[in-house]
Design a protein around this ligand. Structure first.
Ligand code: ADP
Length: 646
């Protein structure tokens, strides 16, 4: 061939799209000269006129199929190489075509670049064939092309059934054998059964072979191929005799999972040992396909299990990706977004819902990657507690639990607490007054004095409890919503004055240390003062006579930090995680110190309401330090405030 003349390829296909698409790749990417024909008849004509170097033809065309066209051309002694394109599932045709001299075949849809490579390879092979026309070279070339085509099907993820059938057919084709089988080991029984076959009689396709006493079993046990040249008939199974056979093992990481075999029952042409390498390659393809199929089916059943769980749980689950597009959504969350079907997946959440609570929660979560963020989301009369978690690499997941009933119960409870505690105050005031009056109406003896004192102490502790409950009730009901710019130093001073007397009774000294220029806080002054008094009360209560209590106040990076410390009894590491819980009291102090177990819960609720954080550090016997961090008042959190209060 003249080096400067591009090789000529004829594309025969009744589909204009296919013709354009293949010729585009072959001309622009590989520089071939391309002619096209719309039918088998036109293909024959053009071939005779132009004598192309390669024909790429579709199989299925009206009037004359691609294979019929090639057969017609052979009759007219036009024997140029060809590549056949077939529709899905036509392995039989593909193998027939290979037998008819087709050098490669493609199952639609295929990658055009693979087609380009196949064309280059076939043209190169035919160039060699033109100079060295040995039959065995031609045969090897065909075997190689068959192997490449099979390899392509394995990676193209066709179904396992088709791939294994194609592998057996290729084995039969390459070896020139009469028949072939692909047998796999049954994991439960340990027997071999036929998984795919070519030219095997119907009745024998369901045969099962024991590993211990069959030829195929030998291959399983040894892991080595078996080659029987011919001559004395060999028994594959009772009354199933063959004259020559080749068996190769299917291996997965040194474990034999099956056997690929070809055999000749008649003695006409013994099988050549030279195809062992190709058979082994085919067996490897089969093993890869089987492992792939297993992995795929495992992944598939995992996926099915996951989606069953997701679809049936009562909570809403939503996943948004890094661009705020919905990546996953279960039915509960779908209702919440007022969507039907699944076509909204991939769309931006902001285009699907106008629910500000949900959108804001997700927006806020972008700035907090370490801990989950939660908040209420209301929709059609229901309230959901939504939790947002960052899922690295995937986006953010929102789990929404319907808490409508819980919210209602909570409201009833709060109302009840407010009402009961309010109504208890009057009778308690009366009891307290009567115990006072008792001493005024006449001299009391020592025992009577002690009894009235105990009665007073009890009334006082109930009053504290009621006050705490009322405070909590108000915080929860958000009764005290007034917010103002608060000077924390001033509040600290007020709180110290309130508890001063108590501290003096125990000869304790409170040292206040306020750094210059502490920023203000936007908040409720009464509540924030209560944070100070509750913590100072505890410091006094849980420290001994002569104890030292410190109140340290300073500003740092848009935050106001309050540290209240004492050198009292301390809190054990086991108790520390619970002390902010409602009604939690450390067991050891219940006998020695009065209290309600609500003080710290009130502190935490108030700090939370002000978007702050509170934590404790303590060493038993040494002392306790509470630290509170509140956002300093700036123009930006004023805006935030406006949104929250809206
Ligand atoms: P209480 O009414 O019992 O003081 P709080 O909610 O204020 O309830 O505190 C919960 C528990 O935490 C207390 O019972 C106490 O055991 C422990 N605690 C709180 N503050 C201190 C402190 N400064 N030192 C030691 N223990 C403390």
């Amino acid at each position: 061939m003249n080096k400067n003349t591009p090789e000529r390829i004829l594309i025969v296909d009744d589909s204009l799209e296919m013709r354009n698409f293949i010729s585009n790749v072959l001309t622009t990417e590989a520089g071939y000269s391309v002619s096209v024909a719309r039918s088998g008849h036109e293909g024959v004509e053009i071939t005779i006129q132009e004598s192309p170097d390669l024909i790429i033809t579709d199989y299925s065309m009206p009037e004359m199929s691609g294979l019929e066209m090639l057969e017609e051309l052979r009759r007219r002694e036009q024997t140029m190489p060809a590549i056949l394109m077939t529709a899905e599932g036509s392995e039989d045709i593909a193998v027939r075509a290979l037998r008819a001299g087709v050098m490669d075949y493609f199952v639609k849809p295929f990658d055009p670049f693979e087609m380009k490579e196949a064309a280059t390879r076939v043209l190169a092979a035919s160039r060699i064939g033109a100079t060295r026309t040995s039959v065995s070279d031609q045969r090897n070339m065909q075997a190689l092309n068959a192997l490449i085509a099979v390899g392509r099907s394995v990676t193209a993820l066709l179904d396992l059934e088709s791939i294994l059938t194609r592998i057996v057919e290729a084995a039969v084709f390459i070896s020139g054998a009469e028949e072939g089988t692909l047998m796999l080991l049954d994991r439960t029984t340990g027997d071999l059964y036929v998984r795919a076959s070519k030219n095997i009689e119907e009745g024998l396709r369901s045969m099962r072979l024991r590993v211990v006493d069959s030829l195929a079993g030998k291959v399983v046990s040894s892991g080595d191929p078996l080659y029987v040249e011919g001559g004395t008939p060999q028994k594959i199974k009772t009354s199933y005799l063959v004259r020559s056979l080749i068996y190769v093992p299917l291996k997965v990481a040194d474990r034999v999972i099956g056997v690929l075999g070809v055999h000749n029952r008649s003695g006409a042409s013994p099988l050549g040992k030279d195809i062992l390498a190709s058979m082994t390659a085919l067996a490897d393809y089969a093993s890869i396909a089987i492992v792939n199929a297993e992995l795929y089916s495992e992944a598939d059943s995992e996926r099915a299990r996951f989606s069953k769980i997701l679809n049936q749980i009562q909570d809403g689950v939503l996943l948004v990706d890094g661009h705020d597009r919905v990546a996953l959504c279960n039915p509960v969350a779908r209702d919440l977004l007022d969507q039907a079907g699944n076509d909204f997946i991939g769309q931006r959440l902001v285009n699907l819902t106008s629910n500000r609570q949900l959108l804001d929660l997700l927006e806020d979560s972008k700035n907090r990657t370490t801990r989950p963020l939660h908040g209420d989301v209301s929709h059609s009369g229901k309230i959901f507690n939504a939790h947002v978690s960052e899922i690295p690499g995937l986006g953010r997941a929102v789990v929404m639990q319907d808490i409508t009933e819980l919210k209602e119960l909570d409201r009833i409870k709060s109302e009840l607490v407010l009402m009961v505690s309010h109504d208890l105050r009057s009778p308690l005031t009366a009891i307290l007054s009567y115990t006072e009056l008792m001493g005024r109406v006449g001299e009391l003896n020592e025992q009577q004095k002690e009894f009235t004192k105990q009665a007073r102490i009890s009334v006082e502790s109930i009053t504290t409890l009621i006050n705490d409950l009322l405070d909590l009730g108000k915080i929860e009901a958000r009764v005290d919503r007034e917010r103002e710019e608060v000077d924390m130093g001033e509040l600290a001073g007020q709180a110290v004055r309130i508890v001063k007397q108590q501290a003096e009774l125990k000869k304790q000294i409170i040292t206040v240390n306020t750094r210059e220029g502490v920023p203000t806080v936007m908040g409720n002054a009464l509540q924030l003062r209560q944070v100070f008094t509750n913590l100072l009360d505890n410091a006094i209560k849980y420290s001994g006579v002569g104890g030292a209590i410190g109140l340290h106040l300073f500003g740092e990076a848009e935050s106001v930090i309050v540290v209240i410390s004492d050198d009292g009894i301390g809190i054990s590491p086991e108790d520390q995680p619970h002390i902010f819980d409602r009604f939690y009291r450390v067991k050891e102090v219940t006998q020695t110190h009065t209290g309600t177990g609500l003080g710290l819960n009130i502190v935490k609720s108030i700090v939370d309401l002000h978007s702050g954080r509170v934590w404790v550090q303590s060493t038993p016997g040494k002392g306790t330090t509470f630290t509170i961090v509140l956002p300093a008042f700036t123009a930006s959190n004023l805006e935030q405030e406006a949104i929250t209060n809206a």
